[in-house]
Design a binder for this molecule. Sequence first.
Ligand SMILES: N[C@@H](CCC(=O)N[C@@H](CS)C(=O)NCC(=O)O)C(=O)O
Length: 218
Amino acid sequence: MSRLRLHGYWRSSASHRVRIALELKGLDYEYCAVDLRQHGGAQFSAGYRALNPQSRVPTLETPDGALIQSMAIMEWLEETYPEPPLLPPDARGRARVRALSQVLVSDVQPLQNTSVTRYLTETCRVDAAGLSAWLAEWIGRGLATLEELLGREAAGGGFCIGARPTLADICLAAQCESARRFEISLAAYPRIQRIDAACGALAAFQRAAPLRQPDAPR
Ligand SMILES: N[C@@H](CCC(=O)N[C@@H](CS)C(=O)NCC(=O)O)C(=O)O
C-alpha cells in the first residue's frame, strides 16, 4: 500500500483533526467512510476491528501499517512529512501546543463521543435535556480553559501559538465545529472565535470540513 488511506466519519471530530493535518501537509490520501451510526456502527465490524480494535475512528493506513489515535497519527505525519511544520521548533513551544491540544483531545472530546452519549441516554436513561446539559457543561469547561490559556500566550500571530497553524489550531477548529453541532455558543470565547475564523479562512481547513466529505449528507 503506497497511498495513505484514512478511515473516518464526516462528523467525527477526531477524524476531522487528521483530515486537517493531511490537508495542511498537502498529502494525497484516500478517504474510506466508516458510518458510525448505521447498522449498529460500522466501527464494530470485524473488518474494521482488524484495523482498529478500539472500534473508533480515525485509523490511518500507511506503508508502515495502520495507525490509530488522532494525536499519534498527527505526530507521525509531522515526523514523516516535516513540511510545513505543525509544531514549533522549540521544546517549550511544542509542550505548549500539546497542552492546548490535550485540553480538547483528552478532556473534552471523550465526553461528547457517541458511545459515551449513547450510554448516557440508553443505559442511564438521561433525557434530551440532560444530555444537552452534559454536553454544554463539559464542552463549556474545556473551551473556557482554552480561552484562558490562550490569554496567557503572547498575543499576535493570529493562531494559538505564533503565525501559522499548529496541532493546537487543528484541535481548536475541530472542537469549534463540534460545539456548533451541539448548539453550544462560542460567544464567551473571543480568542477561540478569532483563531477559528483564521483557520476557516485557509483552504486546507475548508477542504477538511465535515460537510465537504463524501459521506456527509447531501
Ligand atoms: N482519542 C481518540 C478518540 C477517537 C474517537 O472517540 N472517535 C469517535 C468519533 S470522534 C468514534 O469513533 N466514536 C465511535 C464510538 O464511540 O462508537 C482519537 O483522538 O483518535
